[in-house]
Design a protein around this ligand. Structure first.
Ligand SMILES: C[S@@+](CC[C@H](N)C(=O)[O-])C[C@H]1O[C@@H](n2cnc3c(N)ncnc32)[C@H](O)[C@@H]1O
Length: 275
């Protein structure tokens, strides 16, 4: 199926989903929003710059933009983090679409690497995962770089494991440890409601470490109520261009000290019966 790729207002690209009748990213700036919502608000950028070990869970691999952005930030900060990156995708895009996203402009070599991941994911059977490891000392533009698995000891690396599956069937017990960060990047609640339910956020809570931070571009009241009813605390953050506000959440209120908070009791009371 032909996919319509667009250039968003910050110069980065996105693609339109015929299935969901929505762009994969914010047309006011795909890269700007992703960096803001998933990397800066959550503390993932800081953890990378501080060379911390990181386990992250992404809901919706899509174009793989966040892999490219992660490697861009790793390079920029000289990060020696060992990153375990788990993602899920029910409707994989073709590798050629991903290569057209021109991720090499975000981080050299990432058009090829993410394109290869997409090729494998597209060819995978439902329920199967594909793994790819980018070693930190290996220059991403090195075409000969091996997709080693398991990752080498001691060196910086990003081990990416993407499962071709519906989120609700995804076995999150495969994580190397509980997640530090959750990138919740489904389509919007009106077109992709199955990923904004209490059950969704409960499943993510079970995968999350005690200090985990979840980031999402969505500020819908119902979505925030679903998070609260699943046990998350919820914070409000000013949004990137084109969005007034976005959301962060954590099992630990202290992780949200820098943010304004929603009225948790009020929201839970309002939606308890409905959700
Ligand atoms: C808004 S897109 C964003 C994807 C990605 N993070 C990116 O930057 O390109 C949401 C993704 O979630 C996927 N998705 C939707 N429903 C899903 C489900 N039930 N299980 C797994 N993936 C799903 C879609 O196919 C799409 O790729």
């Amino acid at each position: 199926m032909a996919q319509k790729i667009i250039t968003t207002r910050d110069g980065s690209r996105s693609v339109f989903s015929d299935r969901f009748q929505q762009h994969y990213h914010n047309i006011a700036g795909a890269l700007t929003e992703s960096r803001n919502v998933f990397f800066d608000n959550t503390g993932l950028s800081r953890a990378l710059a501080a060379h911390q070990e990181i386990t992250l869970v992404e809901v919706g691999f899509g174009t793989g933009l966040h892999v490219a952005l992660l490697e861009c930030l790793r390079k920029r900060t000289g990060s020696r983090s060992q990153v375990h990156y788990y993602s899920v995708e029910k409707y994989p895009l073709e590798g050629d679409v991903i290569r057209d996203m021109k991720f090499g402009g975000i981080c050299p070599g990432m058009d090829k690497i993410v394109g290869q991941i997409a090729d494998e994911l597209h060819g995978a059977r439902d329920g199967n995962s594909i793994c790819y490891t980018i070693t930190g000392d290996q220059h991403p533009e090195d075409e000969e770089s091996p997709a080693a698995n398991p990752p080498p000891q001691g060196l910086p690396y990003t081990r990416i494991e993407v499962c071709r599956s519906d989120f609700h069937d995804w076995d999150l017990s495969v994580l190397n440890r509980k997640a530090d960060f959750i990138l919740h990047d489904a389509f919007s609640p009106d077109t992709n409601p199955d990923l904004w339910t209490v059950a969704t956020f409960r499943k993510l809570m079970q995968a999350a470490g005690p200090n985990a931070v979840l980031g999402t571009y969505c500020s819908a009241t119902r979505a925030r109520a679903a998070m609260l009813l699943a046990g998350w605390h919820v914070g409000r953050v000013p949004g990137p261009p084109g969005k007034r506000e976005v959301t962060v959440a954590s099992p630990d209120e202290n992780m949200l000290a820098a943010f304004k908070r929603v009225n948790e009791e009020l929201l839970m009371d309002r939606f308890r019966e409905e959700l």
